[in-house]
Design a protein around this ligand. Structure first.
Ligand SMILES: [Zn+2]
Length: 358
């Protein structure tokens, strides 16, 4: 089932290097390139491939070791919203091919990570999507991404145990390494109630285990560092942790979402994420190539030091939720963070469009 590990760019680079730089945002940067709210970014793999190539190239030029394909909403369930479900295979394969072409002419090893986001459906028993149907949808997306040249499958912005299990099972059918990150955006938990320590238990139950796991998107740089701290405490030093945090806090300005993070803030975030235990560090929504270059320079100039205290994180990056604070203090029961399922009604629609695709 698994391919020869030493042949895989991702596992090889992880073995060689102390840390890897993942790319920045896909969705928010595509909006800056003309994508309209409500459009399916995946259609651009055919309609505007040169823009996708340009975005990948700008992140590679900024120093990214890992670039994520423009396929976050590439399951048939998401594409159905745009009446494009019949193009699932070609859209995902094209996404991987575009990234592969940029990676292969970079002159160094650049990993192509096949991005896979949530289906947008609520899974059984709470919702209607069965585990078998979800697994099949993720498996066909993963197969198409592998066909286009993906080195690793990169499941992101997940929030429920059921969907994590389905996505990992589907991705694993390809034999490629699988990475999975959750968005811990609801008072220290995912919106479906998963805490970092819950995610640790889920990850241990997976077969095969994940090549890396962690957190993406969310509610700001300080919260991301706290999440990494809590994941590291729960998972231990042997698990490869991913931090792909948003570029500061989203703000609604003149009818659009802007992120308030500066390159300086993202530099501090990158160093604190490394010191807190992350080995793969990148940005999510709002993170431009300029931010990513600043993060790379900051990491290159930094020697991994002791993990920052909670006060140091707050002082440098801003406030941390009461839930994440409680978890940091060792409160791992339901009292640590939002109640399970507390924000279930946010499950549909909130992540429409490209927003949380990074
Ligand atoms: Zn994001």
């Amino acid at each position: 089932m698994t391919s020869n590990v030493s042949d895989n760019r991702f596992t090889r680079l992880l073995a060689e290097r102390a840390w890897l730089l993942a790319d920045g945002a896909t969705g928010s940067n595509l909006f800056d390139m003309g994508l309209m709210s409500g459009d399916a970014p995946e259609l651009w793999n055919f309609d505007h491939p040169e823009r996708i190539t340009k975005l990948h190239q700008s992140f590679v030029d900024a120093g990214a070791d890992i670039i994520l394909t423009n396929s976050f909403g590439g399951t048939t369930y998401r594409l159905k919203l745009h009446n494009a479900q019949g193009r699932m295979a070609e859209l995902n394969t094209a996404a991987a091919q575009l990234a592969r072409a940029v990676a292969d002419k970079s002159g160094r090893t650049v990993v192509v990570a096949g991005s896979m986001g949530p289906t947008g459906e609520i899974m059984e028993p709470v919702g209607t999507l069965s585990a078998a149907d979800a697994t099949a949808a993720f498996a066909e997306q993963a197969t198409a991404l592998k066909a286009g040249g993906a080195d690793v499958l990169w499941i992101e912005t997940m929030s429920s145990r059921e969907e994590v299990e389905a996505a990992v099972a589907g991705a694993s059918t390809t034999g490629l390494p699988v990475v999975c990150t959750l968005s811990f955006d609801t008072n220290g938990r995912s919106m479906m109630g998963i805490s970092p320590s819950d995610f640790s238990e889920i990850e241990k139950s997976l077969s095969p285990r994940l090549a890396a796991c962690g957190s993406n998107c969310g509610v700001g740089a300080s919260e991301m560092v706290a999440t990494i701290h809590n994941l590291h405490t729960a998972m231990g030093p042997d698990v490869v942790l991913v931090a792909k945090g948003n570029c500061g806090i989203p703000q609604y300005v003149n009818g659009s979402i802007v992120y308030n993070g500066t390159p300086e803030l993202m530099s501090v975030y990158a160093r604190m994420a490394l010191d807190s235990g992350a080995r793969i560090i990148g940005g999510c929504c709002g993170t431009s190539p300029v931010h990513l270059r600043a993060m790379k320079d900051a990491l290159d100039a930094h020697t991994k030091g002791p993990a920052p205290s909670i006060d140091e994180v707050v002082g440098a990056l801003g406030e941390i939720s009461t839930g994440a604070r409680a978890q940091w203090g060792g409160e791992l029961s339901r009292a640590g963070g939002a109640a399970a399922g507390a924000n279930l009604n946010r499950g549909r629609g909130r992540r429409s469009g490209a927003g949380s695709g990074g």
